[in-house]
Design a protein around this ligand. Structure first.
Ligand code: NAI
Ligand code: MG
Ligand code: ZN
Length: 269
């Protein structure tokens, strides 16, 4: 477990995730600032919440909780976290996602959800504790299934109401209390597309910090049922020939990776 309140030293080169709301501070090269605090012309950090996040490529990483467009941080700009995907550095994106989730957790657990008293940060683990009623909270992670479903040489893709205009993705959904991943997958696929699937195979997972999902990626095959796209969740959906796909999520997303894997499987058959 990562000990959160390790104080940064002035001279040790580190990577700095200066976060505010859903944004992160990047320098001209589009990456987060990296180097020793003393060399980075930072303001006096004793005024900020600074949390140790762990190591990235042998360098310690720190979250600095700032105000959006805080003028004290110079030599770069605050950009939406999602734009770090286009820098194609999955490790940096994952650490920035961790930084955002830690910041949200600290900001959203100032008061106890059980008795309303103020909560305090625990000094040896990433947790918030209520002295009044002993309630202790840890950062929330919401498990989600995401599945690329094939029917011979076609892929099931759908456009969600929140998806960027025109982009089709594979089906996804949050695991509900008491469900196994297999049950959540069967429920979500039936709810959103009206079909049953078989040959369910786990492929990979990805933390998805919008705001705190953990994507668990599967491939599967159509087994039965006619396609009925759920109009509440989705705007459109259909079977798309693998050599004639619509716009799909960009590289760096688990949806992109699952679509590649499913196409590879179809081509092997
Ligand atoms: N990284 C990727 O490639 C992709 C990621 N996703 C993510 O997967 C997640 C689930 O996808 P959706 O189809 O939107 O989920 P979904 O199909 O379960 O429906 C979303 C609904 O679930 C409810 N909800 C929201 N947050 C929740 C939570 N933490 N726990 C339980 N229910 C919650 C809300 O009513 C929301 O409208 C979203 O965070 C989405 O951003 C979805 C597709 C691709
Ligand atoms: Mg869904
Ligand atoms: Zn309490």
């Amino acid at each position: 477990m990562v000990k959160p309140y390790v104080k940064p030293s002035k001279d040790e080169p580190a990577r700095w995730f200066i976060c505010s709301a859903g944004d992160v501070f990047v320098t001209e090269n589009g990456n987060v600032p990296s180097g020793a605090m003393a060399s980075l012309n930072f303001p006096d950090l004793s005024q900020y919440t600074v949390v140790y996040l762990g190591e990235l490529r042998e360098r310690p990483c720190y979250l600095i909780v700032a105000d959006l467009n805080d003028p004290a941080f110079v030599g770069g700009e605050f950009v939406p976290l999602r734009s770090l995907l286009s820098v194609h550095d999955e490790e940096q994106f994952a650490m920035a996602g961790r930084a955002r989730q830690v910041m949200d957790f600290l900001n959203q657990h100032r008061f106890c959800g059980r008795c309303g008293a103020r909560m305090q940060a625990v000094d040896w683990e990433l947790a918030m504790h209520c002295q009044q009623c002993n309630h202790r909270c840890y950062p929330r992670v919401s498990p989600c299934i995401i599945v690329a479903i094939r029917k011979e040489n076609a892929l099931l893709l759908a456009r969600g109401k929140r998806h960027k205009q025109g982009v089709y993705s594979v089906l996804a959904g949050f695991v509900e209390p008491g469900e196994s991943l297999e049950q959540a997958l069967a429920r979500e696929v039936h709810e959103e597309a009206g079909i049953e699937v078989c040959d369910i195979e786990y492929q990979l997972s990805q933390p998805w910090p919008f705001p705190h999902s953990l994507m668990m990626g599967f491939t599967a095959q159509w087994q039965s049922g006619d396609l009925h796209i759920d109009p509440v969740e989705l705007e459109a959906g259909d079977w798309f020939a693998i050599d004639d796909l619509p716009d799909t999520p960009p590289e760096g997303t688990i949806a992109h990776r699952l679509i590649e894997i499913a196409i590879g499987k179809a081509q092997q058959e």
